[in-house]
Design a protein around this ligand. Sequence first.
Ligand code: LAG
Ligand code: CA
Length: 493
Amino acid sequence: DEAETGDHTDEVLVHLFQWNWNSIAAECAEYLGPNGYSGVQVAPPQEHVVVPESEEDDRGQVGEYPWWQDYQPVSYQLDNTRRGDADDFQNMVDTCAEHDVKIYVDAVINHMTGPGDGVGSNGTEWEQYSYPDLFGDGTASFDYDDFGPCWREIEDWNDRDEVQDCELLELADLNTADPDVRAPVIDYLAGLVNMGVSGFRVDAAKHIQEEHLEAMIDALPAVPDGYPGAGEQPDFFHEVYGDATIPYTAYTPYGDVTNFDHQANVAQSFREGQIADLGDVGTPGGLAANEATVFVDNHDIQRDGHSDGKELLTYHDGERHYLATAYLLAHDYGTPKVMSSYDFELDGGEAEGPPNHEPQDGNPAGALTADTDCDSEDWICEHRAPMVTGLVTFSNHVGAAPVTSATSAGDGRLAFDRGEVGLAAFNATGEAWEATLATNLDDGEYCDLAQGPLGADGSCAGDTVTVADGEVHAQIPADGALALATPCEGDQC
Ligand code: LAG
Ligand code: CA
C-alpha cells in the first residue's frame, strides 16, 4: 500500500548521521530493508569546506574537522567528500533500492560557505561569495552578485525578509530569486534524482522563500524506474523551526515539515514522566498528521540543547530516550524519523567530527569517515535497539489505523489501540507496571514487539502475550513498553 505523493504517514525514516556511503549500503541490505525501515536520511553529499580546527562558536563549541563541514558547500561535486566518491554514492542508492529503502539527501541549498577562503574536500579553491568551479564542467559559477540582497547575518528574527534574505550563521546566502542561481541548484538536485534519490530533507528551508523553493521543486524530474517511488515526484521534508514570523504551515504546500514543537513536547514529557496526555496530540504547530516529520532529537538538538537550556532527551539519557522513540513509532501522528548517532562527549565534544576524522594518508579533508560498526563504542546505532526495531514492525503492521481508546494510569503511563490491529503501552516510570488493559485486538496470542522484531521465521523476540475477552494482563518493565499488533488489512491501512 504505497502512500500518495506527499503523504508518507506509513513511512519510517532513519537518519544515519555521518555514515559513509558504503556503510549505508551495507546497512540497507543487512538491517534496514529486512526490518522495514523505508527511508534513510544521508549526509549532505556535495563538496564541503575542510576545517582542521574550528574557532569557538557562540555555543563555545570547538572541534577538529567538525561534523558541520558538510553544511558549507563549496561545489556540488560528489567526489571526495568524507563519505566517499560519486561511485560509492551511486552504489549506495542502488543497493538500498534493491532492499526497497529510499535515500533522502540532506540538501544544503540556502547557502554556501562562511567567511574566509580555502580548498574544498575535492580540491576546489573557494572564497566566500566566489565559488568559481561549482560544476564539474566549469560552465557556471557563483560570485558576489549571486548572493544578497542582504550580505550580512540575520539580526531581526521577527522580520521575514531578513530571515530569508540575510545570512544564517554568516553563511553566504544564495540569491534564489535569480533564475541563474536557481538553475545550478536545480541541476544538482535533478542529478541526484536521476541517480535514484527518492527524497530530500531541505536544510534551513525556512530561510528560503517559499516561492523560490516551489519553483526549484517543480523543475525536478520523477524518480526513475528501478528506484522506490519510481514515476512519482521525489518526496520532500523541510527543516523549519516554525514561529510567529514564519509558521510551519508556510511550507506544507511543498512537502512535509519538521515538527520541533512536537519534538520539544515529547522529549520533555518523557523526560519528566508526564506522558498521560500524549494519546491525543492534536496538531502541534498547526501541522496535521500527514504533514509532520516527527523525532525525539536530531543532530543539532543532541548537541545544542544543553546550552540552550532545553529539556532534551538523547541517547545519553538511556532507556527513556528509546521509550520516547518507540512512542513516536507507535503513534499515528507524523512520519517518524529515528536518530542514529555516533558517540560524542557532552560539554566539549559537540563539534568533534565522526570516527576517523583525523587526516590520514595525506587526505586533506580529514579521512573518509570510518566504516560503521554498531558493535563498537564509537557508534550508537539507536535504530538497532530491539525496542526501536520492534516498534518499526509495529508501525508497518498497523499502517494508517488511527489511535483509539487512549488511557492512562497515573502521569507516567499511557496505552492506546491502533484501530483493531494494534495495542501499545508505555511506562515512563522507574517501576514495573502490572497492567490490565482493554483492547480492540482480537483474542489470541501476540508477540510483544517492544522486546524486538519478529525473527525471519516469524518467531517472537521475547514473551508471548495473551488477549482474552478483550483484555490483556501484562507486566510492563520500568522505562519499558508493550506492543502487540496484527498485520493491517483493509481500508484502515
Ligand atoms: C541547519 N539546519 O537549518 C543544520 O541542521 C545545522 O546543522 C547547520 O549548522 C545549519 N542549518 C547550517 O546549514 C551547522 C552547525 C553550525 C555551523 C554550520 C555551518 O550547527 O555550528 O556553523 O553547520 O558549517 C559554523 C560555526 C559558526 C559560523 C559558521 C560559518 O559554528 O560559528 O558562523 O560555521 O563560518
Ligand atoms: Ca536565504
